[in-house]
Write a new protein. Structure first.
Length: 246
């Protein structure tokens, strides 16, 4: 990253900017060196809409883990058509997948370590490739989503991938996300209408019931403090416990 960028100064300059203005600012500050990592979930669809409106210089990519639900592929297609954009799709390394699945196709059910191994190969390593040589990445994290995300700042230094992480929706509520989607007719994953609040790989995601935590449907067999897949590790968070988050 350009060492003239001072994170405190950047945070100060970003104070009071709304999500769309933040995206515009980053697109200007880091031309061709800021990317939007989209899981195609509701928050990321909001950000995609804003990028298409106000900051089209920002490249959008998604990770195909090989275990995604069909509805996620459908929304990738729909989003490409709706906005007339390319969405870059990154895949895991084939040799690593073969080595991983030698433990069985559902190794992630065998324990937290195996689950993190799977997330590392299918998500973290492809993300690392996508972020190489970037100055900043944008993601749809919100503080309200889970205990592991309560501490996030809108502008953070990402120590795991060594670049700035921008979370323009950090202080948005679920209601704000859905109001935006309805107002702007943003395409969204059909699973959201079937009770899925957070969507990842098919075998590790389920619908949630009334009153459940927003991320209760992810790796529901694990404790809440472990429910991250390694994309959003935060060493400053008391919840991190050295775990990789996503
Ligand atoms: S969410 Fe599940 S299937 Fe997907 S990478 Fe993580 S452990 Fe593997």
């Amino acid at each position: 990253m350009d060492d003239r960028i001072n994170l405190d100064e950047l945070r100060f300059e970003c104070r009071g900017l709304d999500a769309q203005a933040l995206l515009q600012k980053f697109a200007v500050l880091f031309p061709e060196r800021v990317v939007l990592a989209s899981s195609m979930a509701a928050e990321d669809q909001v950000l995609t809409d804003m990028v298409c409106r106000a900051a089209p210089q920002i490249e959008i990519f998604t990770l195909d883990t090989g275990r995604l639900p069909q509805e996620t592929y459908d929304v990738i297609e729909e989003t490409r058509r709706h906005y007339g954009i390319e969405i870059r799709v990154l895949f895991p390394d084939a040799a690593q997948i073969e080595q991983l699945t030698a433990q069985g196709p559902n190794l992630f059910r065998n324990g937290i370590e195996q689950r993190k191994q799977c997330c590392n190969v299918r998500k973290v390593q492809p993300l690392r490739r996508a972020l190489a040589n970037m100055d900043a990445w944008v993601c749809g994290l919100r503080r309200e989503q889970s205990p592991t995300r309560e501490q996030i700042d809108i502008v953070q230094w990402d120590r795991q991938f060594d670049l700035i992480k921008l979370s323009p929706l950090a202080d948005w509520t679920t209601e704000q996300v859905w109001n935006y989607i309805r107002l702007h007719r943003v395409p969204y994953n059909a699973l959201h209408d079937r009770g899925y609040s957070s969507i990842s790989c098919a075998p590790c995601t389920r619908a949630i019931g009334a009153g459940e935590d927003l991320r209760a449907g992810r790796w529901w067999w694990e404790m809440p403090e472990h429910k991250e897949c390694g994309l959003h590790f935060n060493e400053d968070s008391a919840m991190a416990e050295g775990a990789a988050r996503g």
